[in-house]
Design a protein around this ligand. Structure first.
Ligand SMILES: NC(=O)c1ccc[n+]([C@@H]2O[C@H](COP(=O)([O-])OP(=O)(O)OC[C@H]3O[C@@H](n4cnc5c(N)ncnc54)[C@H](OP(=O)(O)O)[C@@H]3O)[C@@H](O)[C@H]2O)c1
Length: 343
């Protein structure tokens, strides 16, 4: 084992789009675990859109990362040393140890992984937080009924991809929105959606209308911005909108220029009796085991597929994260930080 390890800290808070200068690589001696603690070696680090919010000081549902602290992040690690009887050296665990090659943790929020059940990296995507987000948001708020039309953007990503696939399992028409012809082809050909249209295509509005001939009953909101404005007029009476993410605005520094469209939107909410409900995946903590169990079953039965975009090396995490906010990833974005002995 090496004597030193690297971690990436928040060097500075971004204004608008994050830049390389907002991150700094630190090299330090590998720490010793104290009483009840474990030393973990990171294998995979998850990169997720919510991290942009944690880089800002703005009030949100979670505290910001402090300047100088390790960037927050979900990880899959191998236990190197354990002073905690619940874990032993060699165990594989999923936790929140952040952008780092090694971490000391008390294990309280860690779950053990069995590499014989699924590849380890899936604990960060299809069998992790994004998969559960799709499942709980769609089933609790979207409440899809057979024959209805379900639309989701960022459809080739881990949340959107799973939303559409669950919609299909529930007997719905699933329509994706994605950022390129390649992503749209994947969403239809591999994930099995009925249609997928590109929000970058100048004919987006017309194409979305054609893909939803009976209107939209559930719109799983992942992006906001221009996509939401295009979807809104297509919503049917009593449509449900789980508001999961607004990535189009995460780098926004000021409100877009007028006119003020809130009155029009509220008129639609009233006259169409729409339900819009924001949620955070942690609102449904009690449903995690059921959601993960159900997705694992669908995976075994070949009813759902997933795609990963794996970047090599912790030092490349900032660049990959900046790309995520612009749609450069294609599938669940994961950084391979260390050797995976099970691969
Ligand atoms: N509420 C919760 O608890 C929770 C939990 C997890 C995730 N989320 C949210 O769910 C959403 C999807 O997350 P994910 O992990 O599955 O991400 P992802 O799909 O892997 O990556 C984000 C995708 O968003 C799309 N995008 C970026 N900027 C956009 C823009 N201006 N307009 C339209 N699309 C844009 C890009 O896809 P295209 O190239 O296809 O446009 C990009 O690849 C995010 O908003 C995230 O914050 C919420």
């Amino acid at each position: 084992m090496t004597d030193t390890y690297r971690r990436i800290v928040l060097a500075d808070r971004p204004v608008g789009e994050p830049t390389a200068a907002n991150f700094a690589l630190r090299e330090e001696p590998v720490p010793e675990p104290g009483a009840g603690e474990l030393l973990c070696r990171t294998i995979y680090l998850s990169l997720d859109p919510y991290m942009r919010g944690r880089m800002s000081e703005a009030k949100s549902y979670a505290d910001p990362v402090a300047v100088g602290a390790t960037m927050v992040g979900g990880t899959v690690s191998q236990v190197v040393k354990s002073n905690n009887p619940a874990f032993k050296g060699g165990d594989f665990v999923a936790g929140m140890t952040g952008w780092t090659e090694f971490a000391v943790d008390n294990g309280a929020a860690m779950r053990k992984l069995d590499p014989a059940q699924a590849p380890l990296s899936t604990a960060l995507g299809v069998l992790g937080m994004p998969g559960v987000t799709a499942h709980t948001g769609l089933m609790n708020i979207g409440r899809p009924q057979a024959g209805e039309t379900v639309v989701v953007a960022a459809a080739s990503g881990p949340v959107g991809g799973m939303v559409g696939q669950i919609a299909k399992i529930k007997g719905c028409r699933a329509v994706g929105i994605a950022g390129s012809p390649e992503k749209c082809a994947h969403v239809v050909d591999v994930l099995g959606f009925d249609a997928c249209v590109s929000h970058r295509d100048p004919g987006f509005r017309t194409a979305l209308g054609k893909a939803c001939p009976d209107g939209i009953d559930v719109y799983f909101e992942n992006v906001g911005g221009a996509v939401w404005e295009t979807v809104m007029p297509l919503l049917n009476p009593f449509a449900r909108v789980p508001v999961c993410g607004l990535i189009a605005g995460y780098n926004m520094t000021e409100l877009p220029p007028g006119p003020n469209k809130i009155p029009l939107m509220m008129r639609d909410v009233l006259t169409k009796r729409l339900t819009l409900r924001g949620f955070i995946v942690s609102d449904f903590l009690d449903q995690w085991p059921q959601a993960l169990g159900e997705i694992a079953g669908w995976l075994r039965e070949g009813k759902v597929a997933y795609r990963e975009d794996v970047v090599q090396g912790l030092e490349n995490a900032p660049e990959a994260f900046m790309g995520l906010l612009k749609g450069r990833n294609f599938g669940k974005l994961v950084v391979q930080v260390g050797h995976d002995p099970t691969a």
